[in-house]
Design a protein. Structure first.
Length: 575
């Protein structure tokens, strides 16, 4: 069933969710109304589409406001959606003033007036019933008024004045618009705050020069990025970076003007300086900045420990998501583990989330690679050679300690894809350049995994782009009859994995060694014998898509050796 604009709004209304649940929500945490919940085991959060969702981590149930309402009332979701709104019969008020009188401690009423009809199409009431500011939306319904927003697209604020301007500042909140208006500068905002940009009609800004001024926090920046996407093809856009303005966290133009007190003329000058420093947006300008970053050495491809693989794939440029696939036993976890600790030792800020076994298990493998002694993974050998084992540990314990601090695990439960996306975002916020998840297919699945897979990929791609970071995830091949080889269609999970990852590698183990002619990193050809092939199945940023690298896994050191790019057909070596 296609949702109405009113239903879309309600799915993005935190207050509607809290009202439907009927429980107290502190921050994101709350008790679950569907079981005896002595401690808060559930959460209310906003997903990547802006929908407010509820999830209980004990009974593993989740849903939006309509799912919650349907379950609490014991009705079908279809019946709830047919009503069109949570309150199918809104109370009618004779006038806007009669609605305003129902709220206590009203501070201000912001009226969204149609420039042509001069009629108020939306009113936003700012009030403080318990010392905390709150907002309520009201709109006309025929000759009456109701406590809800218009059924059509939301209007922009201050349309009559911005219609006469060639350039306009977009801010968040009516208070910020008035702060600029008071010093003679015209601005506008979309109603209902961050996350609701898509519900607004932005056509009054078409053809104008538009300055985007986000609030100084992640939600404010995400909101203004959404506005940017809606205006990109219709306006000449400029971005005001709040971090450069010296305003506090969550601060906006109101705090900026307070810090630049003086006459209105003085404050206009301060605002003009901000506008002069604004960064132009648009594809051409972004390409120019990209070249500047490349030339300055800020935009670089981080190299794998294997030179030709790096050169051919260019898979670890900023903003990228990379898949590493391989059949069980191919050694992909050893390959990723080797890359992980080599990046760490080279000074790169890298994080690893192991979904299979705990950190001790994987650090033991790292120790074997560091010491070039595979026997260190064998419990019986360690027991029979305690002096050698302890000597190896003592030699590498400082490195192992530093690696353990950037490794995460979940040995006692299955984490969800949402939790993995949260982990990646948290690491990016902390400045990690490369994050590795091994394997993503070990995450807990819901009843619609293809949707969850798609949401995961889109979210981590957005995070990687936002922080200019890189994500690598290991993934298993799909088990299917009659299909073999390193085909993108064989990746497990939903189609989003191969479709939207920038690079895909496929590691194959050969039961019998093969021989082939390879092109080596330093140039020249030679014939080699190898037991692994690493196929670059996809390379959106490199020239090597479809090429294959001859590799060898040294069973003594558990480390990989890259021989070169295969340039002739391979044949099995006769035993």
């Amino acid at each position: 069933m296609e949702l109405t604009s009113e239903q879309i709004y309600l799915r993005q209304d935190r207050g509607a969710m809290i009202s439907a649940l009927g429980v107290q929500v502190k921050g994101k945490a709350c008790k679950c109304p569907f079981h005896d919940d002595r401690h808060a085991s559930a959460s209310v959060f906003t997903d990547e589409q802006g929908t407010i969702r509820f999830k209980c981590h004990t009974c593993d149930w989740s849903g939006d406001v309509f799912d919650v309402r349907a379950r609490i009332e014991g009705r079908s979701l279809g019946d709830v959606l047919k009503e069109g709104r949570l309150d199918p019969k809104p109370t009618l008020y004779p006038s806007l003033d009669s609605i305003i009188k129902t709220y206590s401690n009203v501070e201000r009423v912001y009226k969204y007036t149609n420039p042509e009809t001069k009629l108020v199409e939306l009113a936003v009431i700012r009030y403080q019933p318990n010392g905390h500011k709150q907002f309520a939306q009201c709109s006309p319904r025929g000759d009456a008024w109701v406590k809800s927003r218009p059924e059509s697209k939301l209007p922009l604020y201050n349309r009559s004045r911005i219609a006469k301007e060639n350039s306009v500042i977009v801010v968040e909140g009516e208070k910020a618009v008035h702060a600029l208006f008071d010093i003679g500068i015209q601005a506008t905002t979309s109603p209902m705050g961050a996350g609701k940009a898509s519900l607004t009609d932005w056509t009054p800004l078409k053809g104008k020069v538009v300055y985007l001024w986000p609030d100084n926090d992640s939600k404010g920046i995400e909101h203004m990025e959404a506005v940017r996407g809606l205006l990109d093809s219709d306006c000449e856009l400029f971005w005001i970076e709040p971090l450069n303005l010296g305003i506090p966290l969550k601060g906006d133009v109101v705090e900026f003007l307070a810090d630049n007190a003086g006459t209105p003329e003085d404050q206009r000058t301060a605002i003009q300086l901000v506008l002069d420093e604004a960064r132009p947006l648009g594809a051409a300008q972004e390409l120019g900045r990209r070249f500047d970053s490349i030339i300055a050495g800020d935009w670089v491809n981080i190299e794998w420990p294997w030179g030709l693989t790096s050169a051919e794939s260019q898979s670890l440029l900023p903003d990228t998501v990379t898949a590493m696939c391989g059949d069980p036993g191919s050694g992909k976890s050893f390959l990723l583990l080797e890359a992980f600790w080599k990046w760490h030792l080279s000074g790169r800020k890298v994080a690893l989330f192991e979904l299979e076994d705990d950190r001790v298990y994987h650090l033991q493998r790292v120790l074997a690679q560091l010491e070039s002694n595979a026997w260190l993974t064998d419990a019986e050998w360690v027991r029979n050679n305690p002096d050698k084992a302890k000597a190896s540990y003592e030699a590498q314990k400082d490195i192992l300690g530093s690696l353990g601090k950037v490794m995460w695990d979940a040995p006692d439960r299955q984490v969800t894809l949402t939790e993995l996306a949260d982990w990646f975002e948290a690491r990016c916020e902390e400045g990690y350049e490369i994050c590795v998840i091994d394997p993503v297919t070990a995450a807990a699945a819901n009843d619609k995994p293809w949707i969850e897979d798609q949401n995961f990929i889109f979210r981590v791609k957005t995070t990687a782009k936002k922080y200019h970071s890189r994500l690598i995830y290991a993934i298993h091949p799909r088990i299917s009859q009659g299909k073999v080889g390193a085909s993108l269609s064989r990746l497990a999970g939903g189609a989003a994995y191969p479709r939207f990852s920038h690079s895909v590698f496929w590691l194959t183990k050969h039961d019998k060694p093969k021989t082939a002619t390879v092109w080596q990193e330093m140039g020249g050809k030679r014939q080699v014998t190898f037991d692994r092939t690493l196929r670059i199945a996809k390379a959106r940023n490199g020239r090597g898509a479809g090429s294959e690298m001859a590799f060898h896994l040294n069973t003594d050191s558990l480390c990989f050796l890259e021989y070169g790019s295969i340039v002739s057909e391979t044949v099995e070596v006769l035993q």
